[in-house]
Design a protein around this ligand. Structure first.
Ligand code: C5P
Length: 253
């Protein structure tokens, strides 16, 4: 029996891998963007700005509307507190959330264990748990300020391997880290990459960017894109162009 009819095209695979950042300060703006892009992209990212303004209600509303949500709150606290927050994120029904890997091995293992326990006990869907290694706004001198003598790429690698050992699903990685990390971690360890700019678009405040095609070809699993889509005259068209570039990268990767 042929399975050809069931095979997804690279475009369909790429669409699932595009996460649009909802960096706005009201629930209605977020809903408007989601309304424009619904079915055109794989996931939406709710970060500190929208969460601080609109609270968990916007997350549950979007989840109830059928959207997949990456809750980007970068939890970093004592293990018990992060584990508790992780259970609440799981109850909200998000598809992905993150913690800071610099919280350490125990913080991360306790988080994953608490998520697994609530998934089993309460019959919830298991979100992907990923970690931030070194923020891309930090460089070697920022690390030195806080007493870390390692070079930033070495620190990124160290924290990514710690994250993998702690049993998390992946890390957020800048485009320039993806190639090195892809070789260091297992193939199913997720690399989620912001700092993406399609060829010819405005860099805004991003400094070290990469095109969607290059990032996918280098081994990214998910791309996070904000303004190139949300500030475009036609966000749906902008998203489709990015997905087309991602699909080319997947085919070349
Ligand atoms: O608008 P733009 O495409 O620059 O948005 C990128 C999104 O990814 C923003 O929400 C930003 O906070 C987030 N991000 C980033 N760099 C990181 C981590 C997250 O740009 N290292």
């Amino acid at each position: 029996m042929s399975h050809l009819g069931e095979r997804r095209t690279s475009f369909e695979v790429a669409r699932e891998r595009l996460i649009v950042a909802l960096d706005v300060s009201t629930a209605s703006e977020a809903q408007r963007t989601v309304g424009e892009l619904r079915d055109a992209v794989g996931m939406f990212k709710v970060g500190l700005q929208l969460f601080s303004a609109a609270g968990p209600g916007i997350v549950s509303d979007l989840v109830r509307g059928g959207e997949k949500i990456f809750l980007d709150l970068k939890f970093h606290d004592i293990p018990n507190t992060v584990a508790g927050a992780a259970v609440e994120a799981t109850r909200l029904g998000v598809s992905m959330f993150n913690v800071h890997a610099s919280g350490g091995h125990e913080m991360m293992t306790r988080t994953v264990a608490a998520v697994s326990e609530s998934v089993t006990k309460e019959g919830l869907s298991r979100p992907k748990v990923i970690a931030v290694t070194v923020l891309t706004s930090s460089d070697d001198s920022t690390l030195e300020e806080i007493g870390v003598s390692a070079r930033s790429l070495d620190q990124v690698k160290r924290l990514a391997l710690l994250t993998e050992r702690a049993g998390l699903d992946g890390v957020v990685a800048s485009p320039l880290e993806v190639e090195v990390l892809r070789q260091a971690v297992k193939r199913d360890f997720l690399l989620v990459t912001p700092g993406i700019r399609p060829s010819g678009s405005d860099l805004n405040d991003q400094k070290r960017t990469m095109s969607p095609k290059e990032a996918m070809a280098n081994g990214s699993d998910y791309l996070v894109v904000g303004r190139p889509i949300t500030a475009a005259l036609n966000p749906r068209l902008a998203a489709e162009k990015i997905i087309t570039e991602m699909a080319e990268g997947l085919e070349n990767g």
